[in-house]
Design a protein around this ligand. Structure first.
Ligand code: ADP
Length: 652
């Protein structure tokens, strides 16, 4: 029952602990959730403010004069890094600030360049009469024209006719000259583009592979950076053509790579914006935020329109990153959060999530007015729960301690109860043993006294009977005194009267007295004095009683006719009484216990030996009081030897 109760207690505690932990975890999780919810609101507000600022800037830009606008818009776009442009739409087409950040343009303003009538003569020589030399001369003259458009047109034609006349080296140098002209439209395209491309075509004809490859690579790169104002069709045409001159192209040379570049994505976004804007240019001013996808790349657009014009901030992934680092990275860092943007279809626009988050706060674009859905999550959930883990450890440790203490308590109580039961048993045995001890001599005495009182006993018998009654009286007295003394020893109330005494003399006295007491018994008791006499300080009576008890046991636990030998010896600088018998011996398991009070070996009751279980306990008390010790060696069935050692007082 006792163990059952303890088990119940421990399991109840365990259950409570578990409940507390669960609740604690739920609470901690809730706190984290609250934190990310409030952070999500803060982030949404910060982004909204930023977008409003952008809107205000766009509004300011479209009201500027074209000269001011260009610089201000470029500066504004550059403030978001190099993946952002500001585009302005107007009656004369598209303007992109800063230039060279988009691969192609939706309108083709250079195509507007008016065709010149200056080349009629040269072209008729070239195409009608096929007189390439004269045609070349005609064009050559025009390359010196003051009009740069005519100059560029003349160079294009000159190079063409030189190629036809198979004067490839001259054609090459003309193209080179063309590519070095200031940006001029040549046949609807930038002269530099035409020049460089022509150069590459001639090189291809000349079969100069290495130079061609290098030139083609540089050309594709230039095309990709939006250096020239060309349309999507021209871009695709020229980049494909040039790419064909780069065998096993990697990186910028491959088509997929080109179409997934940020400048290409921006260009596509601008194109789509222009298409829809120019289609409905009568429509009311268009404002807002939009998200455009180009080959898997998200492009964010923010528009601010006014009648007949529109300004837009168009930014690739870099723009988003810049927005974040500018407005929310502080919050994210402080609160140890991660963030992701997705579009309304759930496509990821930008994600900082390393693993799919367990706790998140979502702000949809419908609710926030931002162009993306916003998701905020805890960067390191475990770190957030470290406090929890700490509390858990503490609680576990506490619980463990309680369980341990309960277990220990249970064990200790059980042990104490056991011991009590054992003591109670021993005491019962003791009472029975003592009663027995008393009854035997009393019975003998009563019978003898009855006989004596009857007066029918002759003189000789009478003397014998008196002697027996005397011995039995002595025995009873020793028994009673022994019990009283033991009580006093235990209570520490016995006063030892220490004196200097000779162990040999003491042993002699006790043995003599013991022999007298043994009269009629078959045991022999021999005494062997020490060959190295010494003195000890001791209580004569107490030591005598101890020695007597040992002798008494030696006789009690040996069969009739056994030999008991007493010796005073010197061991390790001490004096010792050694009492050996040839009796029944003591089993090893009992050798420790027999010195405890009330403990009687089973052999005693089996052989019906009288005793109280106090004898050896008393010997031990006396030995201790003298600074000595009692030890036993024994062999079952062969006999036992008890050694009572005492410190030497001084050499005699
Ligand atoms: P008891 O009154 O039973 O003799 P003791 O304290 O003197 O009590 O001895 C305790 C027990 O030690 C005995 O019951 C006995 O089993 C064992 N014992 C003591 N002395 C001897 C001995 N000389 N030979 C064998 N057993 C002994």
């Amino acid at each position: 029952m006792f163990f059952g109760t303890t088990l119940l207690l421990v399991s109840t505690l365990g259950w409570f602990g578990w409940r507390v932990l669960r609740q604690d975890r739920a609470l901690a999780t809730q706190r984290v959730q609250e934190r990310i919810e409030s952070s999500a609101d803060r982030i949404a507000t910060a982004l909204e403010l930023e977008l409003e600022r952008v809107d205000a800037t766009l509004a300011a830009l479209i009201s500027m004069t074209p000269e001011d606008l260009s610089g201000a818009a470029a500066e504004f776009a550059e403030s978001f890094g190099d993946e952002t442009v500001v585009v302005t739409f107007g009656a004369d087409g598209v303007d992109v600030h800063p230039q060279g950040r988009i691969t192609f343009y939706p309108d083709d303003r250079s195509a507007m360049a008016s065709p010149s009538t200056a080349f009629i003569r040269g072209e008729s020589l070239e195409f009608r009469t096929r007189d390439y030399a004269s045609a070349a001369k005609s064009y050559q003259r025009l390359t010196l024209s003051a009009d740069s458009v005519i100059r560029a047109g003349a160079m294009v034609r000159l190079a063409r006719v030189l190629r036809k006349a198979n004067r490839l080296d001259s054609a090459l140098s003309v193209y080179r000259g063309l590519s070095e002209l200031e940006s001029v439209a040549a046949g609807g395209l930038p002269s530099e583009l035409v020049g460089r491309f022509g150069e590459l075509s001639v090189l291809a004809e000349l079969d100069s592979t290495d130079v061609l490859r290098e030139g083609a690579e540089a050309f594709v790169d230039l095309l990709g950076t939006g250096r020239w104002r060309i349309t999507r069709a021209s871009y695709l045409f020229y980049s494909e053509q040039a790419a064909a001159w780069i065998p096993n192209a990697e990186g910028g040379g491959s088509t997929a790579e080109r179409l997934e570049s940020v400048p290409f994505a921006l260009a596509e976004a601008v194109e789509s914006l222009w298409d829809s804007w120019s289609a409905e240019s009568d429509a009311p001013a268009r404002n807002g935020r939009e998200l455009f996808w180009s080959n898997g790349r998200p492009v964010s657009m923010q528009l601010h329109g006014a009648p007949g014009t529109l300004a837009a901030l168009v930014g690739g992934p870099g723009y988003l990153r810049e927005m974040l680092s500018r407005n929310v990275s502080q919050i994210l860092k402080q609160q140890r959060l991660e963030l992701a943007f997705s579009d309304t279809d759930g496509r990821m626009v930008l994600s900082q999530f390393v693993d799919p988050p367990t706790l998140r706060a979502v702000r949809t674009s419908g609710r926030t007015g931002l162009p993306w859905n916003l998701e905020v999550a805890v960067a390191d959930m475990e770190q957030d729960l470290t406090q929890l883990a700490e509390r858990r450890r503490l609680l576990m440790a506490g619980l463990f301690m309680v369980v341990l203490l309960s277990a220990f308590g249970t064990y200790a109580v059980a042990r104490a109860v056991n011991r009590e039961a054992e003591v109670a048993r021993l005491q019962t045995d003791f009472v029975a043993a003592v009663s027995h001890e008393f009854r035997t001599p009393l019975t003998t005495m009563r019978q003898l006294i009855e006989l004596l009182a009857s007066g029918r006993v002759d003189d000789q018998r009478r003397q014998e009977y008196y002697a027996v009654v005397g011995r039995e009286t002595n025995r009873l007295q020793r028994l009673v005194e022994g019990l009283l003394d033991f009580g006093r020893f235990e209570a520490g109330a016995h006063e030892f009267s220490m004196q200097s005494l000779s162990p040999d003399e003491l042993a002699q006295d006790v043995v003599d007295q013991f022999r007298r007491e043994l009269a009629g018994n078959d045991h022999t008791v021999s005494l062997e004095p020490s060959d190295e006499p010494a003195l000890v300080a001791g209580d004569r009576e107490a030591l005598g009683r101890a020695l007597w008890n040992l002798l008494d046991n030696a006789v009690k636990y040996s069969p009739e006719g056994g030999d008991v030998s007493v010796a005073t010896i010197r061991v390790d600088g001490k004096v010792a009484f050694r009492v050996s018998d040839t009796g029944i011996g003591i089993p090893a398991v009992e050798r420790e216990k027999i010195f405890d009070k009330f403990v009687r070996g089973p052999e005693g009751s089996r052989h019906n030996v009288k005793g109280t279980g106090l004898g050896l306990a008393m010997v031990q008390e006396i030995a201790r009081a003298h600074g000595g010790a009692i030890e036993v060696t024994s062999e079952e069935g062969r006999g036992s030897t008890f050694t009572l050692s005492l410190p030497v007082e001084k050499q005699s």
